[in-house]
Design a protein around this ligand. Sequence first.
Ligand code: AMP
Ligand code: MG
Length: 406
Amino acid sequence: MIDLAEAQRVVLESCPPAAPVTVGLDDACGLVLAADVVAAEDVPPFANSAVDGYAVVAGDTAGAGPGAAVELAVAGEVAAGQAPPDEPLTAGSAIRIMTGAPIPPGADAVVMVEDSERVDGGARVKLSASVQAGSGVRSAASDVAAGTVLFHVGTVVTPAVLGVLASVNARRVEAYPAARVAVLSTGDELVTDGSPLAPGQIRESNLTMLVPMLQAARCQVTSYGVVPDDEARLEAVLCEAAAGHDAIVTSGGVSMGDYDVVKAVLGRIAEMTWMQVAIKPAKPFAFGLLDGTPVFGLPGNPVSSLVSFEMFARPALRRMMGHRRLARPSVVAVCDAELSRRPDGKTHLVRVIGEWADDGRFHVVPVSAQGSHQLAATALANGIAVLSDGDSVPAGGEIAVLLLDR
Ligand code: AMP
Ligand code: MG
């Protein structure tokens, strides 16, 4: 058996980041930047008003306060989208200004409309608050200064990052492309079409689970469906998949059975590493390259498939897509019930249900059934507790937990 960290190292080593591509902003969400982004423009591009109110010379408002108004002549008006007046504001006057409108030349502050009252048929304004220079003003480049590095390589393009890119007129970015992943499951026993089960048949579940797991990892997924346990059919599908994809994920057929065709076919046509990983569940796992395309051979037991995906395929695909952080975030959690095990030379990956409690800590209990075929229980897990070889962790003990929903 090979230990978990070593197995992960073998896999990651063969899954380097893909060659970067140039993408328009419409296609960039979720990708990882492959080059620093330098701001080409200032944001805001000009000093503008943070509030609706009156642009003034701050000194003109000295002494204004509750019950002590200062009166200024209203010399004009400027709204968002309008150019500022050409004439500088003269002392003793104010300009009605809206949020986002350019600060008129000569003005250095804005009194908010809540502190004003129009008088004299609108010709003048009474201000009941004084302001300092700069008050109510958003200066040019106060969000982003042209020439500065806005985002570094490795930054994930989130919706907010996209907004910032748009704000500096960055129309395209260099990014690592989403991995194109082919996924298939194998097994003559698997039924997908809802028909009544014949003796020996079961319903397929892994493909249905793996497709959205890949999509959640932001891969572009092609499903090849269920491929029967037939070497020629499987070989044809695998070769076609390898030609048009960056990675292949298979479910089933990688253990010691006589009909483990994935093992038989890939053993012939790919450079594979067959692993018995010292973990429970998900001991059997295969990894290799088919014409240079990484192949993740996940075990068929549904819980094992999920755990194997989490431990090997997801981190490797993230590496290919340029992510710096490959693993799920991990916290030291408090066990509210015993996580039972015995020493057996394996790391146990116990699926747990956890929640953040008032003590600021993540509290976990194991899901109700831990068998590798019992997906119904594991489906409710939001964490995987990592128990290195040894004894149970008692209630009240601490354990490292990978957070699945982060
Ligand atoms: P295998 O890894 O092919 O030996 O399969 C191990 C166990 O998982 C067997 O009981 C299979 O019937 C079951 N299994 C394999 N693939 C799937 C699948 N796609 N959906 C549900 N169960 C599966
Ligand atoms: Mg099988």
